[in-house]
Ligand binder design. Structure first.
Ligand code: HPA
Length: 270
Protein backbone atom coordinates (compact mmCIF):
# COMPACT_ATOMS: atom_id res chain seq x y z
CA UNK A 1 0.00 0.00 0.00
CA UNK A 2 1.28 3.45 -0.96
CA UNK A 3 2.21 5.77 1.92
CA UNK A 4 -0.05 8.84 2.10
CA UNK A 5 1.18 10.10 5.47
CA UNK A 6 4.28 11.61 3.86
CA UNK A 7 2.39 13.73 1.25
CA UNK A 8 -0.25 14.62 3.85
CA UNK A 9 2.45 15.97 6.19
CA UNK A 10 3.97 17.87 3.24
CA UNK A 11 0.59 19.52 2.54
CA UNK A 12 0.15 20.45 6.20
CA UNK A 13 3.65 21.85 6.26
CA UNK A 14 3.26 23.93 3.08
CA UNK A 15 -0.35 25.13 3.40
CA UNK A 16 -1.41 24.67 7.02
CA UNK A 17 -5.00 23.63 7.67
CA UNK A 18 -6.84 21.81 4.87
CA UNK A 19 -9.52 23.64 2.88
CA UNK A 20 -12.98 22.02 2.86
CA UNK A 21 -13.00 21.80 -0.90
CA UNK A 22 -10.64 20.63 -3.65
CA UNK A 23 -10.92 20.81 -7.43
CA UNK A 24 -9.05 18.67 -9.93
CA UNK A 25 -8.66 20.42 -13.29
CA UNK A 26 -8.65 18.38 -16.50
CA UNK A 27 -6.71 18.91 -19.74
CA UNK A 28 -7.01 22.43 -21.09
CA UNK A 29 -9.14 23.53 -18.10
CA UNK A 30 -6.25 25.14 -16.21
CA UNK A 31 -7.63 28.68 -16.60
CA UNK A 32 -9.56 28.45 -13.35
CA UNK A 33 -6.35 28.05 -11.33
CA UNK A 34 -5.31 31.53 -12.48
CA UNK A 35 -8.29 33.20 -10.82
CA UNK A 36 -7.55 31.81 -7.35
CA UNK A 37 -7.06 34.77 -4.98
CA UNK A 38 -4.18 34.89 -2.53
CA UNK A 39 -2.85 31.81 -4.28
CA UNK A 40 0.03 29.78 -2.94
CA UNK A 41 1.40 27.39 -5.55
CA UNK A 42 3.47 24.30 -5.00
CA UNK A 43 4.66 22.09 -7.88
CA UNK A 44 3.77 18.42 -7.42
CA UNK A 45 7.49 17.66 -7.49
CA UNK A 46 7.78 19.47 -4.13
CA UNK A 47 5.09 17.38 -2.43
CA UNK A 48 7.07 14.49 -0.96
CA UNK A 49 5.65 11.19 -2.16
CA UNK A 50 3.67 12.48 -5.16
CA UNK A 51 4.52 11.08 -8.61
CA UNK A 52 5.74 13.56 -11.27
CA UNK A 53 3.25 14.49 -13.99
CA UNK A 54 4.58 14.08 -17.52
CA UNK A 55 1.97 14.80 -20.20
CA UNK A 56 1.87 18.13 -22.10
CA UNK A 57 -1.12 20.19 -20.95
CA UNK A 58 -0.79 18.98 -17.36
CA UNK A 59 1.26 21.51 -15.42
CA UNK A 60 1.29 19.59 -12.16
CA UNK A 61 0.90 22.18 -9.44
CA UNK A 62 -1.28 22.53 -6.38
CA UNK A 63 -2.81 25.97 -5.88
CA UNK A 64 -4.37 26.87 -2.53
CA UNK A 65 -6.32 30.08 -2.05
CA UNK A 66 -9.82 31.52 -2.33
CA UNK A 67 -12.23 31.03 -5.20
CA UNK A 68 -15.83 32.30 -5.22
CA UNK A 69 -15.59 32.96 -1.48
CA UNK A 70 -14.40 29.46 -0.58
CA UNK A 71 -10.95 28.36 0.48
CA UNK A 72 -9.97 25.72 -2.06
CA UNK A 73 -7.13 23.48 -3.14
CA UNK A 74 -6.86 23.29 -6.91
CA UNK A 75 -4.97 20.40 -8.44
CA UNK A 76 -3.76 21.62 -11.78
CA UNK A 77 -2.81 18.40 -13.47
CA UNK A 78 -3.40 14.78 -12.49
CA UNK A 79 -1.92 11.34 -13.07
CA UNK A 80 -3.22 8.87 -15.65
CA UNK A 81 -2.90 5.13 -16.28
CA UNK A 82 -1.49 5.92 -19.74
CA UNK A 83 1.55 7.57 -18.13
CA UNK A 84 2.45 4.15 -16.77
CA UNK A 85 1.20 4.69 -13.21
CA UNK A 86 -1.01 2.14 -11.48
CA UNK A 87 -4.40 2.81 -9.92
CA UNK A 88 -2.92 3.38 -6.43
CA UNK A 89 -0.38 5.94 -7.71
CA UNK A 90 -2.98 7.82 -9.78
CA UNK A 91 -5.16 8.35 -6.74
CA UNK A 92 -2.41 9.37 -4.33
CA UNK A 93 -3.31 13.06 -4.77
CA UNK A 94 -6.97 12.54 -3.92
CA UNK A 95 -6.14 10.28 -1.00
CA UNK A 96 -3.62 12.74 0.42
CA UNK A 97 -6.18 15.57 0.17
CA UNK A 98 -8.75 13.46 2.01
CA UNK A 99 -6.29 12.54 4.74
CA UNK A 100 -5.27 16.21 5.02
CA UNK A 101 -8.94 16.98 5.78
CA UNK A 102 -10.56 17.98 2.47
CA UNK A 103 -14.24 16.93 2.57
CA UNK A 104 -15.56 17.73 -0.91
CA UNK A 105 -14.04 17.06 -4.30
CA UNK A 106 -14.92 18.58 -7.67
CA UNK A 107 -13.43 16.47 -10.47
CA UNK A 108 -13.27 17.89 -13.97
CA UNK A 109 -12.10 16.38 -17.21
CA UNK A 110 -12.11 16.56 -20.97
CA UNK A 111 -14.23 13.86 -22.57
CA UNK A 112 -15.39 12.61 -25.94
CA UNK A 113 -19.14 12.85 -26.51
CA UNK A 114 -20.94 9.59 -27.27
CA UNK A 115 -24.56 10.65 -26.88
CA UNK A 116 -25.98 12.47 -29.90
CA UNK A 117 -27.05 15.22 -27.46
CA UNK A 118 -23.45 16.50 -27.20
CA UNK A 119 -21.49 18.93 -29.39
CA UNK A 120 -17.83 19.90 -28.86
CA UNK A 121 -17.67 22.66 -26.24
CA UNK A 122 -20.69 21.37 -24.26
CA UNK A 123 -20.46 20.85 -20.50
CA UNK A 124 -21.72 17.63 -18.89
CA UNK A 125 -22.76 16.99 -15.30
CA UNK A 126 -21.55 13.49 -14.49
CA UNK A 127 -24.45 11.57 -12.97
CA UNK A 128 -22.73 8.20 -12.81
CA UNK A 129 -19.69 6.35 -14.10
CA UNK A 130 -18.62 3.12 -15.75
CA UNK A 131 -15.11 2.02 -14.83
CA UNK A 132 -13.72 0.42 -18.01
CA UNK A 133 -10.07 0.59 -16.93
CA UNK A 134 -10.04 -2.96 -15.62
CA UNK A 135 -8.44 -1.85 -12.37
CA UNK A 136 -9.26 -0.22 -9.03
CA UNK A 137 -7.32 1.83 -6.48
CA UNK A 138 -8.83 -0.46 -3.85
CA UNK A 139 -7.34 -3.59 -5.41
CA UNK A 140 -5.60 -5.63 -2.71
CA UNK A 141 -7.84 -4.31 0.07
CA UNK A 142 -11.17 -5.87 1.10
CA UNK A 143 -12.90 -2.49 0.61
CA UNK A 144 -16.39 -3.44 -0.60
CA UNK A 145 -17.62 0.14 -0.66
CA UNK A 146 -21.02 1.18 -1.99
CA UNK A 147 -20.81 3.01 -5.32
CA UNK A 148 -24.56 3.40 -5.95
CA UNK A 149 -24.48 7.13 -5.18
CA UNK A 150 -20.89 7.89 -6.09
CA UNK A 151 -21.75 11.33 -7.47
CA UNK A 152 -23.39 13.18 -4.59
CA UNK A 153 -27.08 13.85 -5.26
CA UNK A 154 -27.36 17.19 -3.36
CA UNK A 155 -24.20 18.37 -5.19
CA UNK A 156 -25.74 17.42 -8.54
CA UNK A 157 -28.87 19.38 -7.68
CA UNK A 158 -26.73 22.33 -6.56
CA UNK A 159 -24.82 22.21 -9.86
CA UNK A 160 -28.02 22.15 -11.92
CA UNK A 161 -29.34 25.16 -9.97
CA UNK A 162 -26.08 27.10 -10.31
CA UNK A 163 -25.93 26.35 -14.06
CA UNK A 164 -29.45 27.66 -14.55
CA UNK A 165 -28.74 30.81 -12.55
CA UNK A 166 -25.54 31.57 -14.42
CA UNK A 167 -27.06 30.79 -17.83
CA UNK A 168 -24.66 27.94 -18.61
CA UNK A 169 -26.07 24.92 -20.42
CA UNK A 170 -25.23 21.77 -18.41
CA UNK A 171 -26.45 18.41 -19.67
CA UNK A 172 -26.43 15.29 -17.47
CA UNK A 173 -24.66 12.12 -18.56
CA UNK A 174 -22.81 8.93 -17.67
CA UNK A 175 -19.00 9.02 -17.94
CA UNK A 176 -17.06 5.92 -19.00
CA UNK A 177 -13.43 5.87 -17.90
CA UNK A 178 -10.94 4.00 -20.11
CA UNK A 179 -7.18 3.47 -19.79
CA UNK A 180 -6.07 5.07 -23.09
CA UNK A 181 -3.85 6.68 -24.29
CA UNK A 182 -5.19 5.82 -27.74
CA UNK A 183 -8.61 7.21 -28.53
CA UNK A 184 -11.45 4.73 -29.10
CA UNK A 185 -12.19 2.75 -32.21
CA UNK A 186 -15.63 3.19 -33.75
CA UNK A 187 -16.59 -0.30 -32.51
CA UNK A 188 -15.48 0.63 -28.98
CA UNK A 189 -17.61 3.78 -29.07
CA UNK A 190 -20.62 1.71 -30.23
CA UNK A 191 -19.98 -0.68 -27.33
CA UNK A 192 -19.75 2.19 -24.82
CA UNK A 193 -23.00 3.65 -26.18
CA UNK A 194 -24.64 0.23 -25.84
CA UNK A 195 -23.61 -0.13 -22.18
CA UNK A 196 -25.02 3.29 -21.32
CA UNK A 197 -22.13 5.75 -21.56
CA UNK A 198 -22.80 9.30 -22.76
CA UNK A 199 -19.14 10.37 -22.77
CA UNK A 200 -15.72 8.76 -22.51
CA UNK A 201 -12.43 9.89 -21.02
CA UNK A 202 -9.15 8.67 -19.56
CA UNK A 203 -9.41 9.91 -15.97
CA UNK A 204 -11.78 10.50 -13.03
CA UNK A 205 -13.28 7.04 -12.42
CA UNK A 206 -10.42 5.78 -10.24
CA UNK A 207 -10.24 9.10 -8.37
CA UNK A 208 -13.97 8.84 -7.61
CA UNK A 209 -13.51 5.33 -6.21
CA UNK A 210 -10.64 6.54 -3.99
CA UNK A 211 -12.58 9.64 -2.91
CA UNK A 212 -15.68 7.63 -1.97
CA UNK A 213 -13.51 5.16 -0.09
CA UNK A 214 -12.10 8.13 1.86
CA UNK A 215 -15.63 9.42 2.55
CA UNK A 216 -15.46 12.52 0.36
CA UNK A 217 -18.49 13.98 -1.38
CA UNK A 218 -17.93 14.14 -5.15
CA UNK A 219 -19.09 16.35 -7.99
CA UNK A 220 -17.99 15.58 -11.56
CA UNK A 221 -18.00 17.87 -14.60
CA UNK A 222 -16.89 17.04 -18.14
CA UNK A 223 -16.01 19.35 -20.96
CA UNK A 224 -16.98 17.62 -24.19
CA UNK A 225 -13.98 18.50 -26.35
CA UNK A 226 -14.83 16.28 -29.33
CA UNK A 227 -17.16 13.54 -30.43
CA UNK A 228 -15.73 10.13 -29.51
CA UNK A 229 -14.08 8.55 -32.58
CA UNK A 230 -15.00 11.78 -34.36
CA UNK A 231 -18.70 10.89 -34.21
CA UNK A 232 -18.40 8.06 -36.73
CA UNK A 233 -21.01 6.07 -34.79
CA UNK A 234 -23.44 8.96 -35.38
CA UNK A 235 -22.67 9.03 -39.11
CA UNK A 236 -20.25 11.99 -39.01
CA UNK A 237 -18.08 12.25 -42.13
CA UNK A 238 -15.14 13.77 -40.14
CA UNK A 239 -14.49 10.64 -38.16
CA UNK A 240 -11.26 11.23 -36.32
CA UNK A 241 -9.96 12.69 -33.06
CA UNK A 242 -7.06 15.12 -32.93
CA UNK A 243 -5.34 15.63 -29.54
CA UNK A 244 -4.46 19.26 -30.36
CA UNK A 245 -8.13 19.90 -31.19
CA UNK A 246 -9.17 18.31 -27.87
CA UNK A 247 -6.87 20.75 -25.99
CA UNK A 248 -8.02 23.72 -28.11
CA UNK A 249 -11.76 23.14 -27.52
CA UNK A 250 -11.01 22.60 -23.82
CA UNK A 251 -9.32 26.01 -23.64
CA UNK A 252 -12.13 27.67 -25.63
CA UNK A 253 -14.77 26.29 -23.29
CA UNK A 254 -12.57 27.38 -20.34
CA UNK A 255 -14.35 30.69 -19.70
CA UNK A 256 -17.83 29.10 -19.66
CA UNK A 257 -16.47 26.31 -17.51
CA UNK A 258 -14.89 28.75 -15.01
CA UNK A 259 -18.18 30.68 -14.76
CA UNK A 260 -20.00 27.45 -13.95
CA UNK A 261 -17.52 26.26 -11.32
CA UNK A 262 -17.50 29.69 -9.62
CA UNK A 263 -21.31 29.60 -9.49
CA UNK A 264 -21.33 26.08 -8.05
CA UNK A 265 -18.64 26.42 -5.34
CA UNK A 266 -20.58 28.55 -2.83
CA UNK A 267 -23.50 26.06 -2.98
CA UNK A 268 -21.49 22.94 -2.04
CA UNK A 269 -22.00 22.17 1.64
CA UNK A 270 -19.24 20.26 3.47
N1 HPA B 1 -11.84 9.67 -25.75
C1 HPA B 1 -11.21 9.49 -24.58
N2 HPA B 1 -10.77 10.49 -23.84
C2 HPA B 1 -10.99 11.74 -24.27
C3 HPA B 1 -11.65 12.00 -25.48
C4 HPA B 1 -12.09 10.90 -26.26
O1 HPA B 1 -12.69 11.05 -27.35
N3 HPA B 1 -11.69 13.36 -25.62
C5 HPA B 1 -11.08 13.88 -24.52
N4 HPA B 1 -10.65 12.91 -23.71
Amino acid sequence: MIDIRTPCLALQDKFGEAPELAIVLGSGLGLLAESVEGARMVPYTEVAGWPMSTVAGHAGELVVGRLAGRRVAVMRGRWHLYEGYDAAQITIGVRSLARWGVKSLVLTNAAGGISGAFRPGDLMLITDQINMTGTSPLSGTPAFIDMSNAYDVPYRLAAIGAAQESGVDLKPGVYAGVAGPQYETVAEVRMLAAVGADAVGMSTVLEVIAARHAGMRVLGLSCITNLAAGGAHLGSPVAQVDHAEVLRIGREAGAKFSTLVRAILPTLKP
